[in-house]
Design a protein. Structure first.
Length: 169
């Protein structure tokens, strides 16, 4: 009886593990899509209104960019007198889920923060265009990986779970 229960728990954990891996890849694509939406908000507001950085952060929060919790932390640090780049960098680095989920994208996000608010409007707009292209490439790669993993990992986890259950019996 105990062996059967252990086999079922192992099978269930492997099946859930496959689903979790597929969810992680989908979450990466969602975060990159939100970063692109954030870049679009920044670019639009700079182009038409020359909006100050702290107001940009407020607009990003209001634009329903999912999974970008660091924006709120950055805004709070700015209100406490921190410089934009340090507030941005510390806020991005303190978002543990984001840094572990997407280390390469996180570094590009930090690099982007170094260019916002330090040059003229044209320089910032070209920065937005540059990072928009980079994150578009990340999005395409992550969406492709997400499609593959959503088809592969859950069934593979179930198959591994069934195999483990059979092996333990």
């Amino acid at each position: 009886m105990v062996r059967l229960l252990a086999s079922l728990l192992i099978a269930l954990s492997l099946a859930l593990g496959g689903s979790y891996l597929a969810w992680l890849d989908a979450e990466k694509a969602l975060r990159v899509r939100s970063i692109l939406q954030m870049i679009n908000v920044i670019e639009t507001r700079l182009r038409f209104c020359a909006t100050p950085v702290i107001e940009l952060l407020t607009l990003i929060e209001a634009s329903d960019c999912k999974g970008l919790d660091f924006v709120k932390n950055c805004k709070t640090a700015l209100e406490n007198g921190e410089t934009f780049f340090l507030a941005w960098e510390q806020s991005v680095k303190s978002d543990r889920f984001l840094t572990k989920l997407m280390p390469e994208e996180t570094q590009k996000l930090i690099d982007m923060g170094a260019d916002i608010g330090v040059t003229d409007i044209e320089g910032q707009l070209s920065c937005c265009g540059y990072y928009g292209q980079i994150f578009t490439g990340f999005l395409e790669a992550n969406e492709e990986k997400s499609k593959r993993s959503s088809k592969l990992f859950p069934p593979l986890g179930i198959l591994m779970g069934i195999s483990a259950a059979i092996f333990l019996q």
